[in-house]
Write a protein that binds this ligand. Structure first.
Ligand code: SF4
Length: 196
C-alpha cells in the first residue's frame, strides 16, 4: 500500500475534496446544500465514519456540529480523546432527506470516496458509527459471512480485526438523542478506544 507523507496527504485531499464537493453521481446532489468532506487530523490514528450529514452540518458545511455533534463531543471528552487528534467523515457525503435510510446505490457510489479517504489517512482503527457505516466497512474488509450477518447490537463495542485493519463499531451519537439511557454504556465503549 502506498504510504503518504503529510504533504502528499494534503495534496491528495485537495483533489479528493474537490471531487466530493462537485459530485453529482446520485440524486442526493439535488437536495443537499453541501457535500461534506472529511474533517480532522490527517495524521489521525482513529477514523470515525458516520452515516451522513444532519441538517446543521449540511447547512454550515461542517462535520458533527448539530445535536449529534454535541453528543459526539461529550462522548469523546468522557473517553479522554481530543477531537483534534481524530479524523471524521461520512459514508454518504450528502444529507439524506427527512432522515430517510440510504439506498444501496447511494452507498455503493458514495463509499468510493470513503475508500479514498481511508487510503490517504491510513488509520490504525476505523470506528464505524451505527449500522450502515459498520456494514459497509465489514463488506469492504471482507468480514466472514457470520460476522456480516450479525446484528449491529452483537458487534457494537467489539474490536474486529479484518484484513489486518482494526474495526471497532460503536453506537452513533444520534442514537443517544432518542435513547439517552444508552449514554453510560456508550461512554464505556468509547473509552475502549484509548486502549487501542
Ligand atoms: S451522496 Fe455521494 S455520490 Fe451522491 S451526490 Fe453526494 S457525494 Fe456524490
Amino acid at each position: 500500500m502506498k504510504q503518504f507523507n503529510s504533504i502528499e496527504k494534503r495534496e491528495s485531499f485537495e483533489v479528493l475534496n474537490y471531487q466530493i464537493r462537485a459530485c453529482e453521481k446520485c440524486s442526493l446532489s439535488v437536495t443537499r446544500k453541501h457535500a461534506l468532506t472529511g474533517e480532522g487530523n490527517i495524521d489521525a490514528r482513529i477514523m470515525f465514519v458516520a452515516l451522513s450529514p444532519g441538517v446543521k452540518e449540511d447547512s454550515e458545511n461542517r462535520m458533527f456540529i448539530g445535536p449529534s455533534g454535541q453528543i459526539f463531543n461529550k462522548l469523546l471528552h468522557a473517553a479522554g480523546i481530543d477531537r483534534d487528534v481524530v479524523f471524521m467523515t461520512n459514508l454518504i457525503k450528502c444529507i439524506l432527506p427527512k432522515n430517510r435510510k440510504p439506498k444501496m446505490n447511494e452507498i455503493e457510489l458514495c463509499s468510493q470516496f470513503l475508500d479514498e479517504e481511508i487510503l490517504i489517512i491510513q488509520p490504525e482503527v476505523i470506528v464505524p458509527l451505527g449500522y450502515y457505516a459498520t456494514h459497509s466497512i465489514l463488506t469492504k474488509y471482507h468480514a466472514d459471512p457470520l460476522t456480516q450477518e450479525m446484528s449491529f447490537k452483537n458487534i457494537n463495542g467489539q474490536l474486529l480485526i479484518l484484513d489486518g485493519m482494526k474495526v471497532f463499531p460503536v453506537t452513533h451519537p444520534s442514537a443517544l438523542l432518542y435513547n439517552p439511557s444508552f449514554e453510560p454504556e456508550t461512554i464505556e465503549k468509547y473509552k475502549k478506544l484509548k486502549t487501542f
